[in-house]
Design a binder for this molecule. Structure first.
Ligand SMILES: Cc1cc2nc3c(=O)[nH]c(=O)nc-3n(C[C@H](O)[C@H](O)[C@H](O)COP(=O)(O)OP(=O)(O)OC[C@H]3O[C@@H](n4cnc5c(N)ncnc54)[C@H](O)[C@@H]3O)c2cc1C
Length: 412
C-alpha cells in the first residue's frame, strides 16, 4: 500500500474530548496536525454528555475520588498539570465559551446548555489553527519506523508521522466510536493494559424487585461496606425499569462489577433518606401515627410501602404498638438496604471504562510513552476515571492538552 509521508506531522488518533484538545493545542503551538477520526463527525460522547448539556468540568476538583490500578500519585501529578481554574479560563477566554455553575449540583455547563457547542467550537478552533481533520478514517495499526510512525488506515494508504497522540478512548458506549482498538494497539506496542471493566454504569436486577417503582428518583447515601478505600456518597438514585441508576449508583457501580469479576460480592447499601439509623429509631418511638405515615413523610409513598413490605412489617401498625424487633427491621431496611443487583448494564451504558494503559508507562509531565518515544497517550485509554460531575472531561482535557503540547514541542 502506498504511504502519505507527513514526517513533520503530529497525528492525533481519535477526535473525542482528549483528541480534540490535543489537536487544538498542538496546532496552536505551530505543529502540522492531522486529526484522524473513525466517525463522520467526532466528539460523540461530548454530544451525549450531561444529558445533552455537557457537564464540561466540575465546580471543584477532587483528585482523591479518581480510580486507578496505577499509582494515585502519578494520577494526581497528571491532574495538577492543568488545574481546574486554568481549564475553565481556557474554555471561557481562549475558546470564547462562557460556562455556568449549576449551584445545586456543583457542576459546570456551557452557558448555552448545548453539548453540541462544546464539540463544534473545538472542531472550529482546530480548523482555524490550520490542522486537517480526516473523518471516517479508521486506524488499524501503528508501527515505529526509523524514528517515525507508520499509521495503518482501514481502506486507505498508510500515513507517516513524526509523532502520534493516541486518544482512542476505551470501550464504553461503542456506538460513539470507541471499541478498544486503541487499547489493542497500545498493548501490541508493549504497553501494560490493566484489565478493563465498565464503570459509571447502571446496575440491573433480574427479577427486578423494584420494577413497579421505575421512575422514582431521590437523594440517598450509598455505602460499600468493607471496600478499600472506603466508599460513601450522597447523591441521586433513580429506579429504572431493569435496575438502579443515578449518580450515587453509577459512582459505586465499579465496586460491584469488580467484586463480581473476582468471584466475591461487594454489597452496596442504601440509606434511603437523609435520616440515619439513630434518628429513625427515635422517630419510630417518639412520633404518633403509623409506620407507613411516618416513613412516607420522608420517602415517596410507593417506595415507603415497598420497603415496609421488604422489612416484613405491617405498615398500618401504630407506632405505639410497633415491636422492638420490627422497629429494628424497619430501621435496617431504611438505612442499610443491600441493593439486590444481579448484574450491570455493561459498556453499552458505561460512561467510562475502568482500567487501561498503565500510568506508570507515561511520563506524567508530558504524557509521552515510556515504552515508545514519540507516542503520546491521553484520555480514557489510560488507567483512570473519576466520578460523575465533570471529572472525566477534566481528565480528558488535562491529558489531551499535555499530549498535544509536548508532541508539538518535540517537532519544534
Ligand atoms: C452517556 C455519557 C455521558 C457522559 N457525561 C459526562 C459528563 O457530563 N461529564 C464528564 O466529565 N464526562 C462525561 N462522560 C465521560 C466522558 O464523555 C469521557 O470520559 C470522555 O469523552 C473520554 O474522552 P476520550 O477522548 O478519551 O475518549 P472518547 O470520547 O471515547 O473518544 C475516542 C475517539 O476516538 C475515536 N476512535 C477510536 N478508535 C479509533 C480508531 N481506531 N481510528 C480512528 N478513530 C478512533 C472514536 O470514534 C472517538 O471519537 C460521559 C460519557 C457517556 C458515555
Amino acid at each position: 500500500m502506498s504511504s502519505n509521508n507527513c514526517s513533520n506531522t503530529v497525528a492525533v488518533i481519535g477526535a473525542g474530548a482528549a483528541g480534540l484538545l490535543a489537536a487544538v493545542t498542538a496546532a496552536r503551538a505551530g505543529a502540522n496536525v492531522i486529526l484522524i477520526e473513525r466517525t463522520s463527525d467526532g466528539g460523540r460522547k461530548i454530544l451525549i454528555s450531561g444529558g445533552g448539556r455537557c457537564n464540561i468540568l466540575p465546580g471543584h476538583a477532587q483528585p482523591q475520588l479518581y480510580v486507578t490500578d496505577s499509582s494515585p500519585n502519578t494520577l494526581r501529578k497528571i491532574l495538577r498539570s492543568w488545574p481546574l481554574h486554568e481549564q475553565r479560563a481556557f474554555f471561557e477566554h481562549e475558546l470564547g465559551m462562557p460556562l455556568e455553575l449549576e449551584p445545586e449540583t456543583g457542576k459546570l455547563f456551557p452557558a448555552s446548555n448545548r453539548a453540541r457547542d462544546v464539540r463544534d467550537i473545538l472542531v472550529a478552533r482546530i480548523r482555524e489553527a490550520g490542522a486537517s481533520i480526516w473523518f471516517e478514517a479508521s486506524v488499524v495499526g501503528l508501527q515505529p519506523d526509523s524514528g517515525q510512525w507508520q499509521i495503518e488506515l482501514e481502506n486507505a494508504p498508510s500515513l507517516t508521522a513524526a509523532c502520534v497522540v493516541l486518544a482512542t478512548g476505551g470501550l464504553s458506549v461503542p456506538k460513539t466510536g470507541s471499541d478498544g482498538t486503541g487499547l489493542n494497539i497500545a498493548e501490541a506496542l508493549g504497553h501494560t493494559v490493566h484489565p478493563t471493566y465498565p464503570a459509571l454504569t447502571p446496575l440491573i436486577a433480574d427479577p427486578h424487585p423494584h420494577a413497579s417503582l421505575a421512575g422514582i428518583s431521590l437523594t440517598v447515601s450509598v455505602n460499600a461496606p468493607g471496600s478499600r478505600p472506603a466508599f460513601s456518597t450522597t447523591n441521586g438514585l433513580l429506579v429504572t425499569h431493569d435496575g438502579w441508576s443515578g449518580p450515587s449508583i453509577l459512582d459505586a457501580s465499579h465496586l460491584a462489577i469488580r467484586g463480581k469479576k473476582d468471584g466475591s460480592r461487594q454489597e452496596l447499601t442504601v440509606q434511603w433518606a437523609q435520616v440515619d439509623a439513630y434518628e429513625w429509631d427515635q422517630k419510630l418511638q417518639a412520633e404518633k401515627g403509623t409506620v407507613r405515615s411516618t416513613i412516607s413523610s420522608l420517602l415517596p409513598r410507593r417506595l415507603a410501602d415497598q420497603l415496609i413490605s421488604e422489612a416484613e412489617v405491617d405498615g398500618a401498625t401504630r407506632l405505639s404498638q410497633l415491636r422492638k424487633g420490627d422497629r429494628k427491621s424497619v430501621v435496617e431496611t431504611l438505612t442499610q438496604y443491600a441493593v439486590p443487583w444481579t448484574g450491570d448494564a455493561g459498556y453499552k451504558k458505561a460512561e467510562v471504562t475502568g482500567g487501561g494503559v498503565s500510568l506508570s508507562e507515561v511520563h506524567p509531565a508530558t504524557m509521552e510513552s515510556t515504552k515508545c518515544p514519540g507516542l503520546y497517550l491521553c484520555g480514557e485509554i489510560l488507567d483512570a476515571f473519576g466520578p460523575i460531575g465533570g471529572h472525566n472531561f477534566l481528565w480528558a482535557w488535562a491529558t489531551g492538552r499535555s499530549a498535544g503540547m509536548n508532541a508539538a514541542a518535540q517537532l519544534a
